[in-house]
Design a protein around this ligand. Structure first.
Ligand code: COI
Length: 359
């Protein structure tokens, strides 16, 4: 990691920052951000700045053509040691896969990690300490070339911002999931597997419908048959049938979740059978109704593992799970969090320890 000299403004921002008691998710922003620009085929140097507004011309391509990608990562400090970042190289690899799909340049490993690690190191005191809380890290890249021509941009900005955060979902609210049978999030050959803002924007009108119908999350079905479960916009989904775990196959329409992948390894090593397969929504409903499917859960960086209370349809039908608060899902959640938070030996070598930096 680089030894950078901090500007007086940045030192002041760090000195004056106070971690509030109530966090929520993504609302409180840490005082340090990193930026790095790409021009003429070259990346510049990573700069650290106080968190604050950025300027761009109204004709910057990202504002019109949505050439943008991002990642979600977390740093933990629950036992006071660390900070620990979970599987940063997986985020780096996925970032560059998203970049390729969106006609953006690859970012070098050194720039990605320096920006993420430096922001974490200078914000080490602002990583919340309660279990389940973390410093949520958001690396992102956008097209900054000023032109309205529809061509891939030739100028890009890469940034990392961070947010001391609690749970993504309101605790105790329970996750109710609306089965979206009309709109689609992704289609074969599209951008569904990439972490690009447009995929999330495409889900927002369904999010309004989901909320108006009294649900918390939208479950997407495949665009071709409108039949097979895909994902839930910001997180992957698992179901438990006869004590075995099932999750959707990836293809190019589902995000390759790092929590999903980690859980598949953990669950297998804990003796559970885990299968990636096409899950027919009507088969799933029949298995919930006859009591064979006992639980289901959402998983993702932000969501961690959150049990699903019930699925439901627009006609008012509800399909409640036998274990709405989770059983296997809570065992897996505790195991995963214990590794992420440094409370348990990390036999998987998933944790990167960051040396805190003082100003
Ligand atoms: C994450 O889990 O990091 C995401 O990017 C999803 C988003 C809903 C916060």
């Amino acid at each position: 990691m680089s030894q950078v000299s901090l500007s007086p403004n940045l030192k002041k921002a760090i000195e004056e920052f106070k971690l509030p008691e109530t966090l929520g998710f993504g609302n409180v922003m840490a005082p340090v951000m990193a930026t790095c620009t790409y021009e003429n085929g070259l990346w510049g140097a990573v700069e650290l700045k106080p968190y604050g507004p950025i300027t761009m011309q109204p004709n910057a391509k990202v504002l019109h053509y949505a050439q943008e990608i991002f990642e979600g990562m977390k740093a933990y400090r629950v036992n006071g040691k660390g900070p620990y970042i979970f599987r940063p190289d997986e985020n780096f690899l996925r970032f560059n896969k998203s970049a390729e799909r969106m006609a953006m340049p690859h970012i070098p490993h050194q720039i990605f990690t320096q920006a993420v690690f430096d922001v974490t190191a200078y914000c080490a005191d602002f990583v919340p300490r309660r279990s389940g809380e973390s410093l949520y890290l958001r690396p992102f890249m956008f097209a900054s070339e000023e032109s309205l021509g529809i061509r891939p941009s030739e100028k890009f900005t890469f940034m990392v911002i961070a947010s001391p955060s609690g749970s993504y979902f309101n605790d105790g609210q329970g996750l109710s999931v609306y089965i979206e049978r009309d709109n689609c999030r992704a289609f074969p050959g599209g951008t569904g597997f990439a972490k690009t803002g447009g995929n999330y924007a495409a889900g927002l009108s369904a999010a309004i419908k989901t909320k108006n119908l009294g649900f918390v999350q939208t479950l997407w079905l495949d665009a071709v048959h409108k039949k097979y479960i895909e994902e839930m916009s910001g997180m992957n989904v698992f179901v438990v049938i006869n004590n075995e775990l099932f999750t959707s196959t990836l293809g190019d329409t589902v995000l390759d979740g790092i929590t999903r992948k980690s859980l598949m390894s953990l669950a297998t090593d804990m003796g559970y059978k885990v299968t990636e397969t096409q899950i027919d929504i009507d088969y799933l409903i029949s298995q919930i109704k006859n009591g064979t499917c006992t639980e289901a859960f959402a998983c993702g960086t932000a969501a961690i593992i959150t049990p699903i209370n019930y699925f439901g349809d627009a006609n008012g039908e509800r399909y409640p799970l036998y274990f709405p608060e989770g059983k296997i899902s809570m065992i897996l959640r505790e195991k995963l969090l214990a590794i992420q938070e440094g409370r348990e030996v990390d036999n998987y070598h998933w944790i990167k320890t960051i040396e805190p930096k003082k100003i």
